[in-house]
Write a protein that binds this ligand. Structure first.
Ligand code: EPU
Length: 306
């Protein structure tokens, strides 16, 4: 029996071998996962976490696939994708508990239905709530750490809520304990003017439609903004706006967006990232850092240090 047979036997849920991951990411690049698993319920997830530990398998968690670059050679081991409703949703007062596998839109849909506001920035964030927590996703009007009070984490030992203050939230990062999977998120919102909240979200969407290539496969922003400056401004200033490598290019709409023009490889994308990083370093002395998570088996020469 192979390890994949054993996982399939032990873990109730959906299993796909050699699962193409490119269609499950927003940039639509990269090879397949050895095994993609969607556990049926919290017990099946706990069993999966125990099984990967016993079998010493690599486990990777895929959220909605935004901000994720999958290697051309794919991903060895198990890729976990949570179902939207793992564990119950709860609503009491100004508190909302939602599944980490839910799309980010679930937050404002539920919040507005209950007369709650304060999460308007989420209009600009693709992917899942769990992925948004893991990266402390945000825009200029807010970030996850402003609205997350507690996070439910599952490990091979069991599941429980952890206070947001223990998770080291900072600009586009969060320190989750190794091997822990975000399963539910508790939000602290407030009662307010739902109409005004909807208007703020519409304005934000309209602004992004004007300034970002939303009709193309992208990561969203590629680099974090360096303190006091903007990655888009810097990449444009070094002449790379619109620059193409293979099937990928720095967008001519917004220079901090890599667009997949069709058939882009991870190698093309990393070529653009490295070129921008080295030109900006050379010209401005600024070390750009990506906000993109690399997933899978990258040849060492394709990946520069942070
Ligand atoms: N700029 C240029 N050239 C460009 C693009 C931008 O000079 O090609 C300049 C703009 O003129 C502006 C500045 O750079 O002065 C900032 O640009 P923008 O207003 O588009 O915002 P951003 O800092 O690039 C951030 C978030 C986005 C979020 C927008 C709107 C980061 C890294 N990015 O972009 O988040 O949607 O604000 O709130 O913080 C994401 O993180 O994936 C993302 C899309």
């Amino acid at each position: 029996m192979t390890w994949a047979d054993e996982i399939e036997r032990r873990v109730r849920g959906e299993h796909v071998r050699d699962a193409p991951l490119a269609p499950r990411t927003s940039i639509r690049v990269g090879g397949p996962a050895d095994l993609l698993v969607r556990p049926a319920d919290p017990d099946a997830l706990a069993e999966l976490l125990r099984a990967v530990r016993e079998l010493a398998l690599p486990l990777h968690v895929l959220g909605g696939g935004a901000n994720t670059l999958v290697a051309d050679a794919g991903v060895r081991g198990v890729v976990l994708r949570l179902p939207p409703g793992l564990g119950p949703e709860e609503a009491r007062g100004e508190t909302l508990v939602l599944g980490a596998g839910q799309p980010t839109s679930r937050l404002w849909v539920r919040a507005h239905a209950l007369g709650l506001v304060g999460m308007e920035f989420v209009a600009g964030i693709p992917g899942t709530l769990g992925g948004a927590v893991a990266m402390n996703a945000g825009t200029r009007i807010g970030e996850m750490k402003d609205v997350v009070r507690r996070v439910e984490l599952a490990t091979a030992e069991g599941a429980g809520f952890v206070d947001a203050s223990a998770l080291g939230f900072a600009y586009r990062t969060c320190r989750l304990p190794p091997g822990a999977v975000v399963t539910r998120v508790e939000f602290a919102l407030c009662r307010g003017d739902v109409r005004a909240s909807e208007r703020a979200m519409q304005d934000d969407r309209a602004r992004r439609r004007r300034t970002q290539p939303l009709d193309r496969p992208t990561f969203g922003s590629t680099f974090r903004n360096p303190p006091g400056d903007f990655a888009g401004r810097l990449i444009e200033a070094v002449g790379l706006k619109g620059h193409r490598i293979g099937g990928a290019a720095w967008s001519d709409v917004h220079a901090n967006f890599v667009v997949n023009l069709g058939g882009a490889t991870a190698r093309d994308v990393l070529g653009l990232v490295d070129l921008a990083r080295s030109r900006v370093k050379e010209r401005f002395g600024i070390a750009l850092e990506t906000e993109v998570r690399l997933l899978g088996a990258f040849p060492a020469e394709d990946v520069q240090g942070p």
